[in-house]
Design a protein around this ligand. Structure first.
Ligand SMILES: [Zn+2]
Length: 94
């Protein structure tokens, strides 16, 4: 009888620990998201509208960003949200 009690208490403790871990993970994720005030910007036209491309060809190469405005494919520049407009101006001057 005691063994069953120990197992039940142990199971409850494990669930509580898992739940706390889950809550902590959620909190960290939210914080990371808030801190990440950076956006992916097209280096060719300065657009922030893009979509993932190459998802279906993943076995042949990693998926990459594709600009919805100019069709640029490749590495996008990562810029602070506040500096997004500055980047756009710079790109347009080129
Ligand atoms: Zn573009």
């Amino acid at each position: 009888m005691e063994k069953i009690l120990v197992i039940i208490i142990g199971a409850i403790l494990i669930i509580i620990i898992y739940y706390l871990g889950y809550l902590l993970a959620l909190r960290i994720k939210k914080k990371e998201h808030e801190q990440k005030k950076r956006v992916q910007v097209c280096p060719r036209c300065g657009s922030t509208k893009w979509q993932m491309s190459g998802l279906w060809t993943a076995p042949f190469g990693p998926p990459h960003h594709m600009c919805s405005e100019c069709g640029y494919q490749g590495i996008f520049a990562e810029v602070d949200k506040e500096k997004k407009e500055d980047f756009k101006k710079k790109v347009r001057k080129k």
